[in-house]
Design a protein. Structure first.
Length: 433
């Protein structure tokens, strides 16, 4: 029986912990730092997800068999490299491989070099050159800060004034730190998320999903960390999926091997179906949030085998299994997925993503017949309280998206809290079809 440490604490980590808790091989799950909901399924450990030395010491002291990393901030600090150097098994990419997310310029260079479909781009470190280039091109202008900026480093500028303000922030005032700016061609079309487990050249795709970034119904209001997601996208056909798997995920995995920094975790393709075909908008080096909360409930296979198999294979090629030439026919990495679809709706504190109050009591969750993934909650004197902007995500499955939608909103109605709001139109792109 295995002891697993999950690094992270939001809804995505709750979904990972939930999937691990279904494994008959896992006897104990720790989560650092975890949250109130995760604490019902795992033991929360009060260590920050970026405190790599303390996490490593915890794994050594507690004879952890496998560590699974949620957030990119831990990956880009080199948690995987440090754990491996200490002889600890860990699922996630090395610091060098995480550049596929942490540097927009690196990701673009890989895509151009290995012929992965994406928008044209140029990168700049000097404000004067950037503004001259942008002024001479059509609007909107897509400006991306070349580094991690907590989701705030992308500006779609409709006018020269907006572009100028963003470039000044990024290049003159170094609002997110010193860094370059990538200026991209503006693409149009529906966006979708395609995640895969990847180890070296081997890619195991997950079901497609779609995030809803705006705060309010009708895709109005400010951008958020995600207000809901669903699987089963009617506007993406099998041909698109096959194309995206071969031309995007596989070519990127192969490119990273050729560059000497193979992937060994989750590759997240943020893709767009443009009139010219599927193209990459961004890559992430980790599970997406809130996509993971709707995708992992569909996994029928034992997720421990997948995480563990990739963690082992990544460090010791001899252990590699039927999926490559030296295989011994015992590959345990074989994700199988339910045929159903899922839908998840985020309940957020009123005011989010701006200022909001914390500490409102949440009642009725025990009546709910759905998965509830906690994002920002707190247990105090036996009461469940709001403790963040995004508070929880309620996820239901169904035979089709209409069934999942009916179920999820029916279950949400049982939750009583006077300081929460949610979108009523999650999956509208699929329901309108
Ligand atoms: P990113 O963080 O790179 O995913 O960008 C955030 C959002 O900006 C995406 O989800 C898109 O909606 C939008 N976006 C990014 N790049 C482009 C592009 N080249 N063309 C159109 N929209 C884009
Ligand atoms: N849902 C987008 C992300 O995880 O970055």
């Amino acid at each position: 029986m295995k002891k697993v440490l999950v690094v992270g604490g939001g809804g995505r980590c709750h979904a990972i912990v939930d999937a691990l808790s279904r494994s008959p091989q896992v006897e104990k799950i720790y989560c650092a730092p975890g949250n109130a909901g995760i604490g019902l399924q795992a033991e929360n450990v009060p260590i920050k997800d970026t405190d790599v030395p303390a996490l490593k010491q915890f794994a050594l002291d507690n004879a952890i068999d496998l560590t699974v990393v949620g957030p990119e901030a831990s990956l880009s600090r080199g948690i995987v490299d440090e754990f491996r150097a200490a002889g600890l098994k860990i699922f996630g990419h090395t610091k060098a491989a995480t550049r596929i997310e942490s540097s927009k310029e690196f990701a673009k260079e890989i895509m151009v070099k290995y012929d992965v479909p994406t928008s044209g781009y140029r990168s700049f470190s000097a404000y004067e050159e950037a503004i001259a280039y942008v002024s001479a091109r059509p609007f909107p202008a897509v400006l991306k800060y070349d580094g991690l900026a907590a989701g705030k480093g992308v500006v779609i500028a409709e006018t020269l004034e907006e572009a100028d303000a963003a470039l000044k922030d990024m290049l003159l005032d170094a609002k997110f730190g010193e860094g370059k700016v990538v200026v991209e061609d503006f693409l149009t079309g529906p966006e979708f998320s395609f995640m895969a487990f990847v180890c070296g050249n081997k890619v195991w795709p997950m079901p497609l999903s779609q995030d809803h970034k705006r705060a309010f119904d009708g895709d109005k209001g400010p951008n958020t960390g995600g207000m809901g997601a669903y699987t089963g996208l009617p506007f993406i056909n099998d041909e698109d999926v096959e194309y995206a798997l071969k031309e995007v995920l596989q070519k990127t995995a192969d490119g990273m091997v050729a560059e000497g920094c193979p992937l060994s975790g989750v590759l997240y393709g943020g893709l767009m179906k443009t009139p010219q075909g599927v193209k990459v908008i961004e890559f992430n080096a980790r599970f997406g949030d809130p996509e993971t909360e709707v995708v992992l409930p569909l996994l029928k296979s034992d997720i421990f085998d997948i995480f563990n198999g990739i963690a082992e294979k990544a460090v010791e090629e001899k252990k590699c299994c039927c999926c490559c030439s030296e295989g011994n026919g015992e590959c345990k990495i074989a994700p199988e997925w339910e045929e159903k679809v899922t839908m998840g709706v985020v309940l957020a504190s009123k005011g989010y993503p701006g200022d909001y109050k914390k500490g409102a009591e949440i009642l009725g969750t025990e009546e709910v017949d759905a998965k509830i993934y906690h994002m920002g909650t707190k247990l105090e004197d036996g009461k469940l309280l709001t403790a963040g902007g995004r508070v929880m995500m309620v996820v239901c499955s169904g035979e089709d998206i209409h069934a999942a939608q009916k179920k999820v909103y029916g279950e949400i109605a049982k939750i009583k809290c006077d300081n929460l709001f949610y979108r009523n139109d999650i999956a509208h792109w699929a329901l309108d079809k």
